[in-house]
Design a binder for this molecule. Structure first.
Ligand SMILES: NC(=O)c1ccc[n+]([C@@H]2O[C@H](COP(=O)([O-])OP(=O)(O)OC[C@H]3O[C@@H](n4cnc5c(N)ncnc54)[C@H](OP(=O)(O)O)[C@@H]3O)[C@@H](O)[C@H]2O)c1
Length: 306
């Protein structure tokens, strides 16, 4: 595999019906055999994937029964995430399910585990490099109370699996993915168009690194090429730091509405990341955030965006 392309490979993509990996799997299926795994609770997503040539294999990571996936896959992209808010189920799927997946695919050339910058312990306006302190970032949101802890637990599993199975692994800590099919900025836009204020942390501005779906697709081969034993951990976001306040103000302008903010302690704090290692391993991102967000707004609200 060249670091810039994936062609003629067999690739397992878990969480294939999700926001991040669905467009990725659809694009990869043009030049590869792609096997998509999920429970397929979303039938429409399954139909779209199958129409594009993705082979859909029902898998429930809570049970850990992944035997129906082809053990001879070249690459595995783990984008599945369980967010039921039930500790037992979410730990079983996100950590135990990952262990089963790595064991089953121990012969793969590389394994990409998608983590999150939600693993970092909020610390004001600290810029987090990969050695930054971990903690319960998302616990402040009652509907995502298991999320950060499960993402941390899963990283531990991925590190163990890489060494236990001698499986080259990359752990990529994703910031804010978005694209024409949605993402957090799209939720903000929807809220603004519905007349709602946007909750932001009192410690303004709330800085993240929005990452467009086109850049995700471009970077996956490079992240796989960087996989190693022990696993390499890398922050994964747009090269440009952008605050919620900035992107909401811009999206409101694009869609002809107004952004109102509601500062609160009951939301997640800024997580700005150091992208030095990402730039070394996978290069810089290429989609300027305003271009990507305008495209997103137009795709989702064609009536509001010229
Ligand atoms: N979206 C973000 O803003 C964001 C930010 C940072 C990091 N990330 C990370 O990016 C990755 C993808 O996130 P996403 O937002 O695309 O997720 P998502 O839209 O919530 O999709 C989750 C996927 O996992 C599958 N899944 C859930 N429970 C499962 C189970 N028990 N067994 C098998 N599959 C299961 C779902 O399909 P079924 O329900 O049909 O099984 C779905 O395909 C995750 O690792 C997430 O932590 C996301």
């Amino acid at each position: 595999m060249s670091p810039d392309t994936l062609q003629g490979s067999t690739i397992v993509v878990t969480g294939v019906t999700g926001q991040v990996s669905r467009p990725l799997a659809l694009a990869l299926a043009r030049d590869n055999r792609v096997i998509g795994a999920a429970r397929f609770s979303d039938e429409a997503a399954r139909a779209e994937l199958e129409a594009a040539g993705v082979e859909c294999v029902p898998v429930d990571l809570v049970s850990g029964d992944v035997g129906a996936l082809p053990a001879d896959a070249d690459y595995v992209l783990n984008f599945a995430v369980a967010k039921t808010n039930d500790w037992d189920r979410d730990l079983a799927a996100n950590s135990g399910g990952l262990a089963h997946l790595m064991e089953h695919h121990r012969g793969a050339r590389a394994f990409l585990h998608c983590s999150s910058t939600a693993v970092y312990k909020p610390d004001g306006h600290r810029v987090f490099d990969e050695g930054g302190p971990l903690g319960d970032n998302h616990g402040v949101w009652p509907f995502l109370r298991t999320y950060s802890i499960c993402k941390i637990a899963a990283e531990g599993t991925a590190r163990w699996g890489a060494e236990r199975f001698d499986l080259p692994t990359t752990i990529a800590r994703l910031s804010v993915p978005y694209g024409d099919n949605g993402g957090w900025p799209a939720i903000h836009l929807h809220m603004m168009l519905s007349g709602h204020a946007i909750p932001v942390h009192v410690n303004a501005p709330s800085v993240y690194h929005p990452l467009h779906a086109d850049d995700i697709l471009a970077m996956v081969p490079r992240l796989l090429a960087a996989a190693s034993v022990p696993a390499v951990t890398v922050n994964w976001g747009g090269s440009e730091p952008v605050s919620i306040e900035e992107w909401c103000t811009y999206l409101a302008e694009v869609a002809g509405t107004e952004a109102h903010f509601e500062p609160t302690e009951q939301t997640i704090d800024s997580v700005e990341i150091d992208t030095t290692r990402m730039h070394e391993l996978a290069g810089r991102t290429t989609v300027p955030w305003r271009d990507g967000m305008r495209r997103m707004a137009k795709a989702l609200h064609p009536d509001r965006v010229p």
